[in-house]
Design a protein around this ligand. Structure first.
Ligand SMILES: [Zn+2]
Ligand SMILES: [Zn+2]
Length: 405
C-alpha cells in the first residue's frame, strides 16, 4: 500500500515506460478522468488507440483493460484501476489488491494452485458422479468445515472493515482447518473468497473498500479438504441501516426463501430443471428477478462439474436427482434487471442497471428419500432470517402472507 503511494504516475502512452508529466488529455479531463501523458509527442503517437476509451458506446471497450489508472490517493495509496469504465452502479474497486496470501505446502493443493488452470478431464466434468459411503463422508466433512469458515468470516462483518480483511480471515480459518480455499488461483482468481457487495451479483474480489452501514455483503466460501470441495454462501446485512431498508430486506429474505423452497423439493426422481421454476415463481411474487448467467453445479472431488443447476424458470437442465449426488443450488436474485455485466477485472459480475442483488448457496446431498443440507447453518451461525416489512413499505408487490415462508 505504502509502496503504491510513492509510485509516480505512469504515462499511459503506447509502449511508454516514462512517468507522466502534467500534460493532460483534454477530452479525458472533460469527462472527469485524470489522464496524464509524459509528452506531447507521446500523446500524439498514442492518440489513435487512446481516443477509443473516450467513446463509452464502443462495444469493444470491455475487451481491453484500460491502460490508465486513476490518480493514486496519496494518503491511502488506493486507486481505481478502471476509471474510464462505465460502472453500472456506485460501487468501485479499491486497488491495489493486497499481496497474494500463501497456503502452507503441507496442506494438499488442488490442480490450479500453481498455474491457475483447473485441468478436469472433459468426461469426468460432464458426467454426474454418484458418491459411495467414503465419498459422502468426505463431502460431509469438507462442507462442515466450509460452514465453520463462513461463520468465522460472517462474525467479522460490520461497517468499517474491508473485504480484504474478510479474505484474510477466511484464508487463515482455512489453514487452521488444514484446508485450501478453493477459489485461490482458480482460473487465476486472486483471493481466497468471493465478496460481493450491493450490485455485485457474484465473484467480487476482496479489496480495500470499506464496508458501509447500509451495504449488503455476500460471502462465498469454498474449501478443498482431503480431496473434496465444499461450497456455500450467504448474504449479510452490514449495520442497522441495511436492516432498516425495506427493499434490502425484501431482496435478501426472498433470496434466502428461494433457496429454502427449492431445497425442500430435492429428492430422488425430481428433475434438476424443476428448481428454477420454484425459485423464479417465488422471486416474481416479490417483484424480483432471477440471474440466468450463473448456475448451481455438481461438486465433489471436482469444484465445478455436472449437473448444471439453473435458477430460472423453464430451463432445459438435464437429469434427475439420484441418491449419492452432491450439487449446489445458489440463486442470485435482483431488485431490478436480471441482466449482468462483468467488470474489466474479468470476475466481478454486477447488475446491468446497478441495482442490488443477493445470493444464498448450500451444498446438498441427495439421500434415499430426500436431501441432506451438507452446509446447513449451526445454532451459532451469525446472520439468519429477519422479518420482511409490509408491502406498503417496499416497492415490491406483496399481495398476501406469501412473504414469510
Ligand atoms: Zn459458492
Ligand atoms: Zn457454487
Amino acid at each position: 500500500m505504502d509502496q503504491a503511494a510513492e509510485q509516480p504516475r505512469k504515462c499511459p502512452g503506447l509502449e511508454c515506460e516514462n512517468d507522466a508529466s502534467t500534460l493532460q488529455c483534454p477530452k479525458c479531463k472533460e469527462m472527469g478522468v485524470d489522464t496524464f501523458f509524459c509528452s506531447q509527442d507521446c500523446f500524439k503517437r498514442s492518440w489513435a488507440q487512446h481516443k477509443t476509451i473516450h467513446k463509452s458506446t464502443n462495444p469493444l471497450r470491455n475487451l481491453f483493460t484500460p491502460s490508465i489508472v486513476s490518480k493514486v490517493d496519496p494518503e491511502s495509496g488506493h486507486f481505481n484501476p478502471f476509471p474510464t469504465y462505465p460502472f453500472t452502479g456506485t460501487l468501485r474497486p479499491v486497488y491495489p489488491l493486497s499481496e497474494k496470501r500463501e497456503i502452507p505446502k503441507s496442506i494438499p493443493h488442488p490442480e490450479w494452485s500453481q498455474d491457475g488452470m483447473p485441468r478436469y478431464p472433459y468426461v469426468k466434468k460432464n458426467q454426474v458422479q454418484i458418491l459411495d459411503a467414503k465419498g459422502i463422508a468426505g463431502m460431509r466433512k469438507v462442507c462442515r468445515l466450509s460452514r465453520e469458515v463462513l461463520d468465522v468470516a460472517a462474525a467479522a462483518v460490520k461497517p468499517g472493515v474491508t473485504t480484504d480483511y474478510i479474505d484474510k480471515i477466511v484464508h487463515e480459518a482455512c489453514i487452521e482447518r488444514n484446508a485450501y480455499p478453493s477459489p485461490l488461483n482458480y482460473n487465476h482468481f486472486p483471493k481466497s473468497v468471493c465478496t460481493s457487495v450491493n450490485e455485485v451479483i457474484c465473484h467480487g474480489i476482496p479489496d480495500h473498500r470499506v464496508l458501509q452501514d447500509g451495504d449488503i455483503l455476500n460471502i462465498d466460501v469454498s474449501l478443498y479438504h482431503e480431496g473434496f470441495h465444499g461450497d456455500l454462501n450467504e448474504t449479510y446485512y452490514v449495520g442497522d441501516k441495511a436492516k432498516a431498508d425495506p427493499d434490502n430486506v425484501r431482496l435478501v429474505e426472498t433470496t434466502r426463501q428461494c433457496l429454502e423452497k427449492s431445497i425442500a423439493h430435492v429428492k430422488p426422481g425430481v428433475k434438476i430443471g424443476d428448481f428454477g421454476d420454484i425459485i423464479e415463481k417465488h422471486a416474481k411474487s416479490q417483484n424480483l428477478s432471477v440471474v440466468k448467467t450463473y448456475c448451481g453445479h455438481g461438486i465433489n472431488q471436482l469444484f465445478h462439474c455436472a449437473p448444471n443447476v439453473p435458477h430460472y424458470a423453464k430451463n432445459k437442465a438435464v437429469g434427475k436427482c439420484r441418491p449419492g449426488m452432491t450439487f449446489t443450488i445458489e440463486p442470485m436474485i435482483c431488485l431490478g434487471t436480471y441482466k449482468d455485466k462483468t467488470w474489466p477485472d474479468d470476475w466481478t459480475a454486477v447488475t446491468a442497471d446497478g441495482t442490488r442483488s443477493a445470493q444464498f448457496e448450500h451444498t446438498l446431498l441427495v439421500t434415499e428419500d430426500g436431501v441432506e443440507v451438507l452446509t446447513a447453518r449451526l445454532p451459532t451461525s451469525p446472520g439468519g432470517p429477519i422479518d420482511i416489512p409490509p408491502a406498503s413499505a417496499t416497492n415490491g408487490a406483496v399481495p398476501n402472507g406469501e412473504a414469510k415462508a
